[in-house]
Write a protein that binds this ligand. Structure first.
Ligand code: NAI
Length: 330
């Protein structure tokens, strides 16, 4: 079975080659992303494998179906970049629902520690033999209140990490987990009481811009906002306004609303034309990472093994219901 693999990066290949060996899958790695312009590359392939910034819109789904592609394998958990309605009954979609919640939760804590204790600035200073501590003061995480929005796999691991730091945890989830031992509150209370807010819910119509001017208005002055989930959970304009007004004390963003145009590519020699992104990166109390929270060896290994397993099971007529997003006939 032939698989067209889009948006390939060098770190994807060893794991996928390893698990695909002797599986009956033949993978062609394309560097380009999947979108309306590139969908025709899937001609002659049985399966298409995509990542977070590939675009699987209705026209792309139509094109893939026309070309005879039988299955779409997402090598990620989120599926907000796929028009699931367009796929239903025509193109089965599989994903990797869990690979390493630790990878993402640990990155969220790494960002929080960095922005709070300014280790990124200290590192650059001492490399230049500048041993001044001016402007590097942070605050103790111990005793602070952290609001966690979304208490699924990643949110719960992150809550455990925060507990280890002696933080008080407030949680909000549309579907609270009574066995989690977490204290659930309504969103306005979480916004009002948290010193730090971390987003771990999926991007849906309901959660789109869950952080905007009206939610920021409810927050404590100086609040730190962490987003390792999906960019469009935050209204970027409103976040920038909140930082300029000094209502928001700091922001750590592993994801960004318009990241698809930039993330995973090297623009170091170019003029970046996204003024909001440039503005954020220029702010001293903002850290942007390039959607890298997932990037650990363990996660890459698990992504490759589950994706290959999904495809092998699909082609052997034994779909793995656990990883399926939608399946024709259901
Ligand atoms: P999960 O499905 O285990 O947990 C998501 C939680 O969000 C669930 O408890 C669910 O009830 C809750 N939720 C759903 N709708 C909600 C709403 N309207 N308000 C509040 N909570 C709501 O997912 P998991 O594995 O914990 O991943 C969370 C998110 O992290 C993913 O959706 C994805 O966007 C993001 N992610 C980011 C990565 C990165 O590299 N930055 C890597 C992997 C995931």
């Amino acid at each position: 079975m032939k698989v067209a693999f889009f948006d390939t990066k060098s770190y994807d290949v060893p794991g996928f080659d390893h698990y695909a060996a002797d599986s009956g899958l033949e993978i062609k790695y394309f560097e380009t992303r999947l979108n309306e312009d590139t969908a025709s590359l899937a001609a002659g392939y049985d399966a298409v494998c995509v990542f977070v910034n590939d675009t699987v819109s209705a026209p792309v789904v139509d094109k893939l179906c026309q070309l005879g592609v039988k299955v779409l394998a997402l090598r990620c958990a989120g599926f907000n970049n796929v028009d699931i309605k367009a796929c239903r009954g025509r193109l089965p979609v599989y994903r990797v629902p869990a690979y390493s919640p630790y990878a993402v939760a640990e990155h969220a804590m790494a960002l929080l520690l960095t922005i709070n204790r300014r280790t990124h600035k200290a590192y650059i200073r001492t490399r230049d033999f500048n041993f001044s501590l001016q402007g590097l003061a942070g605050f103790d995480l111990h005793g602070k209140t952290i609001g966690i929005i979304g208490t699924g796999k990643i949110g719960r691991v992150f809550a455990d990490i925060c507990k280890g730091f002696g933080m008080k945890i407030l949680a909000y989830d549309k579907y609270p987990n009574p066995d989690s031992g977490l204290t659930y509150v309504e969103l306005p209370e979480l916004f009002e009481q948290s010193d730090i807010i971390s987003l771990h819910c999926p991007l849906t119509e309901e959660t789109h811009h869950i952080i905007d001017a009206s939610s920021i208005a409810k927050m404590k002055p100086g609040v730190t906002i962490l987003n390792t989930s999906r960019g469009a959970l935050i209204n970027t304009e409103d976040l920038i306004a909140g930082i300029k007004d000094k209502k928001v004390g700091a922001a750590c963003l592993d994801v960004y609303e318009e990241e698809g145009d930039f993330f995973y590519e090297d623009y170091s020699g170019h003029i970046v034309r996204d003024d909001k992104l440039v503005r954020l990166i220029a702010m001293p109390n903002v850290i942007v990472t390039s959607h890298q929270a997932f990037l650990t060896q363990e996660a890459l290994d698990s992504i490759a093994s589950t994706t290959v397993d999904n495809l092998v099971k699909f082609f052997s007529g034994n779909p793995n219901a656990l990883t399926e997003v939608c399946y024709s006939g259901q």
